[in-house]
Design a protein around this ligand. Structure first.
Ligand SMILES: [Zn+2]
Length: 453
């Protein structure tokens, strides 16, 4: 009897304990679902807040913006509205050289939202006098990367995108499409036509600048109703031998600084609808740095039969611009190959075989270049004095001696071939040679201490 009572008690006790545990469990489950609901609500609120912040970052100014841009914010025609518009605008700079450096600097410092940089080239020492973003530390680095590093120091709030490539008809539209305003900061005719046609096709304004020696030019294409495009002004490209770039003709750094800064100004005006003034569209600014004079000339209106911007264009997709212009789309000197092999000497052949013999060594560079560096036994005979035959009188005596070889030399071995070709036409029987690769080859193969420029 006693044993039965003991079992009953234990069963009852277990039932009560299980009931208690179930109540506890139910309470904990309730608390868990309450907490989970609370957590979900908090997450939703945080997400909503984040979305609001990112949407408002280009729709309102924060305290950093207000402090950073205060001097332009107080301009009556700029104001908060202008700053926000700039923040929502994407600019593309093609060419990170003498024009691209100052224009990118001012656009970024002013607070543009997004800045694209296009350049295929690397930083070298001869860039520094005008390309002010690059430093000794960045020699050999891609120009777009070197520029990006420097620009980030100026304003860390803007997005910078690097396009390390040579712009061509395969990639231009895809890249330009991502931006609102395009700046042509290049130094060659083929890229000018390419950018012009691509901007007309995509209906993007194009801020076009150029600088050479002591002069600069600036205009805005494809902005407003009757604004001509580059092709309206120049339906056919100039003959290649009439085009000089900075590498050949030289340029003062301050000239590119002036034009590049003005490109940034026009780009900002375009983005902000004129900024209370008038965009330089349909007009050409000519800067004469020698006299420090600015002139404005009115350009012709749109050409009714323009191949690209007329209502019935002939060109509706991008073409091969290097072929169209007969020129390369890079600013690098391309090696000519116009002389027959038997009239070409290597620097080693000249040094070891010809130097000891009777000859005239004509250095066909400009006098200013000859003054920088020269081979000791050379005579300065600028290319144009050969092409116009005025050298004949100067070397009358030497030329009578038919055994005397005529050797032509220049910086890289292109002009020397043109000179040799011209002299050979007059004296087909004589020993006329050019030195392959010119003074650059002399530096690399014969004498490292000889300067290159
Ligand atoms: Zn046109």
């Amino acid at each position: 009897m006693a044993a039965e009572t003991k079992i009953d008690d234990e069963i009852e006790k277990l039932r009560q304990e299980i009931q208690e545990l179930r109540r506890n469990c139910a309470a904990k489950e309730k608390r868990l679902s309450e907490l989970e609901a609370q957590q979900q609500k908090q997450n939703e609120q945080a997400n909503a807040q984040q979305q609001q912040t990112s949407a408002s970052s280009d729709q309102m100014l924060n305290n950093d913006d207000i402090a950073r841009y205060s001097r332009q914010l107080i301009l009556p025609n700029f104001g908060v509205k202008g700053q926000l518009k700039l923040k929502q605008t994407a600019f593309l700079i093609v060419g990170m050289g003498g024009l691209g450096c100052p224009s990118s600097q001012y656009l970024l410092a002013a607070g543009c939202g997004r800045l694209g940089l296009v350049d295929y080239d690397e930083v070298e020492r001869s860039n520094f006098h005008r390309q002010t973003l690059h430093t000794e530390m960045s020699i050999g680095m891609a120009k777009v990367e070197s520029a990006k590093q420097a620009l980030q120091q100026i304003n860390p709030h803007c997005q910078i995108e690097c396009h390390r490539l040579l712009l061509n008809s395969e990639n231009a539209l895809e890249i330009l499409r991502q931006y609102d305003v395009v700046l042509d900061c290049t130094d060659n005719v083929a890229t000018r036509y390419l950018l012009n046609d691509a901007c007309v096709m995509l209906n993007k304004p194009l801020i076009s600048g150029s600088a050479l020696q002591m002069d600069g030019q600036l205009t805005v294409y494809n902005y407003g109703e009757n604004c001509p495009c580059y092709r309206c002004l120049y339906p056919v490209p100039p003959p290649p031998d009439t085009v000089t770039n900075c590498g050949d003709g030289g340029v003062l750094g301050a000239i590119t600084g002036v034009i590049g800064s003005l490109q940034a100004l026009e780009a900002i005006k375009v983005a902000l609808g004129g900024l209370g003034g008038e965009v330089l569209a349909g007009r050409l600014l000519i800067f004469d740095g020698g006299r420090c004079q600015f002139r404005n000339i009115r350009l012709r209106s749109k050409r009714a039969d323009c191949d690209v911007c007329s209502p019935k264009p002939m060109i509706t997709q991008l073409i091969d611009y290097e072929q169209f212009c007969g020129m390369h789309a890079s600013d690098k000197d391309m090696a000519l190959n116009i002389l027959p092999l038997e009239n070409r000497l290597t620097v080693e052949e000249y040094k070891n075989e010809v130097l000891q013999r009777k000859h005239i060594l004509m250095d066909v560079r400009q006098p200013a270049e000859f003054e920088i560096c020269r081979l000791p036994n050379s005579e300065n005979v600028p290319l144009k004095t050969i092409l116009n035959d005025s050298y004949l009188q100067r070397f009358e005596e030497e030329l009578k001696d038919e055994e005397r070889g005529i050797i032509l030399l220049c910086r890289r071995g292109n002009d020397s071939q043109l000179a040799a070709q011209h002299i050979l036409q007059r004296f087909p029987q004589r020993a006329v040679f050019d030195i392959k690769g010119g003074l650059h080859a002399w530096h690399f193969k014969i004498d490292n201490s000889f300067p290159i420029y």
